[in-house]
Design a protein around this ligand. Structure first.
Ligand code: NAD
Length: 402
């Protein structure tokens, strides 16, 4: 437990999947890490009074409200944690920053480049007044992924030649799966591309330290019309089969693209919700002139490493179990070899955010980093519309006409 008296009071908007994952992390972070501030789970917000009251009780929040504007107006909130679908990220975040609140916003940062640019500009203005912003690309904080980044930065792979990244799911293979918000462009911005493709874009740019400069893409919507949901509109949505009501799917079901990295490497990316049997399969392989690193989320405590500098007779892939005290984030958890899971990445995210806010540092990924991901999503969509034409990723700084 931290010995500090400083409190950071959190107000979280949204209480379903990410709301629960973030709550778990906010509850845990001071119990695991010794930090310069203590988190107080001050308020949670959702639109349905009964459900948000239940969520506050279940997830451990002191108070609740049904209006995020009320949450932001409160003097006793320091950090606003945005866990809603993408169509409300910009509005909530811009209001929170304007009110002087630090912001953690879930990924993808926004539903469009224009929104992401406005959010990044607001974050830069707020930063000058000591206000911090961070986007929730939590996979960066799986210890094996952080370690991958450290090994690449230390030159262990030499020059990066290839990145091969896939993020595969299968939850909408059934054409009767309902039209949840993730399948509607006005709510989600894009489909598999922005939901899971965004994760592998961020992860690979983070690990390699290189940005995607151009893409050639295909996207597809395999099932174009689906029944309307009757209950929850989250991943566990249901249909009751009682009516003919259906609606159009307005996002991609799958997106595949090849890309150039600005450091000279070639990369391929695949994001799909139609990879039958693949539930949440994120795998990244990076080949460099001196070696290869492989990460597989289904074995998230491990890293595969091929070190081409070893004597030829000893070469081969080795498996590093990333659970030692000197591995990233691990010293505060369990004895060596005692593995961790998905939810720990969120605790690590909150740890880094609390430390940054309390010490006056800027957390990563910044909104500018997340804007870069948004620009790649946009280039992929433009390329797909143009029959896979080669498409440059727009620069993050808007071109100024001269
Ligand atoms: N980091 C990750 O690994 C990860 C995983 C899943 C989702 N996400 C992101 O998290 C965000 C939320 O996704 P989810 O899966 O938690 O969705 P979800 O459908 O499970 O939950 C969304 C929540 O937002 C609430 N909400 C929606 N509009 C609101 C509004 N105007 N005011 C107040 N509450 C509102 C809903 O009531 C619900 O509680 C999305 O941006 C998504 O891309 C990130």
């Amino acid at each position: 437990m931290s010995t500090t008296d400083r409190e950071l009071r959190v107000g979280m908007v949204g209480y379903a999947f990410m709301g629960a994952a973030h709550s778990q992390a906010w509850r845990t972070v001071n119990r695991v890490y010794d930090l310069p501030a203590r988190v107080r789970m001050a308020a949670i917000c959702g639109r349905d009074a009964g459900k948000v009251a239940d969520a506050a009780d279940r997830l451990g929040w002191e108070t609740y409200t049904t209006d995020w504007r009320e949450l932001i107006a409160r003097d006793d909130i320091d950090i606003v944690d945005v866990c809603t679908p993408g169509d409300s990220h910009a509005e909530i975040t811009l209001a929170a920053l304007a009110a002087g609140k630090h912001v953690l916003c879930e990924k993808p940062l926004a539903n469009s480049v224009a929104e992401a640019r406005a959010m990044t500009a607001a974050a830069a203005t707020a930063q000058a007044a000591g206000i911090r912003s961070m986007c929730g690309f939590n996979y960066r904080r799986v210890p094996a992924v952080t370690m991958m980044q450290q090994m690449v930065a230390a030159g262990r792979l030499g020059t990066i030649r290839h990145v091969r990244a896939v993020y595969l799911q299968d939850w909408i293979v059934d054409p009767q799966f309902p039209l949840v918000w993730r399948l509607q462009k006005d709510k989600a911005g894009s489909g598999a591309l922005g939901d899971i493709g965004a994760h592998i874009i961020d992860l690979t740019q983070f690990v390699t330290g290189q940005r995607i400069s151009g893409v050639s893409a295909v996207t597809e919507t395999f099932v174009k019309e689906r029944p309307l949901p009757t209950g929850s509109s989250g991943l566990a949505a249901t249909v009751d089969g009682s009516g003919p009501a259906t609606g159009q799917v307005t996002v991609d079901d799958a997106a595949i693209f090849l890309a150039r990295l600005d450091g000279g490497g070639l990369a391929t990316y695949e994001a799909s919700r139609f990879a039958t049997g693949r539930k949440n399969a994120l795998r990244v392989e990076i080949n460099g002139s001196l070696g290869t690193l492989v990460f597989d989320l289904e074995r998230l405590n491990e890293l595969e490493f091929y070190d081409a500098t070893r004597p030829a007779a000893e070469q081969g892939f080795s498996r590093i179990l990333v659970t030692e005290g000197d591995h990233p984030y691990m010293s505060a958890w369990w004895p060596p070899g005692h593995i961790i899971g998905y939810e720990h990445s969120f605790t690590h995210q909150m740890r880094d955010l609390v430390e940054a806010v309390a010490t006056g540092a800027d957390p990563a990924p910044s909104f500018a980093d997340a804007l870069q991901v948004q620009l790649v999503l946009d280039a992929v969509e433009r390329s797909a519309r143009l029959g896979s034409a080669w498409t440059e990723v727009e620069p993050a700084l808007a071109q100024v006409a001269v």
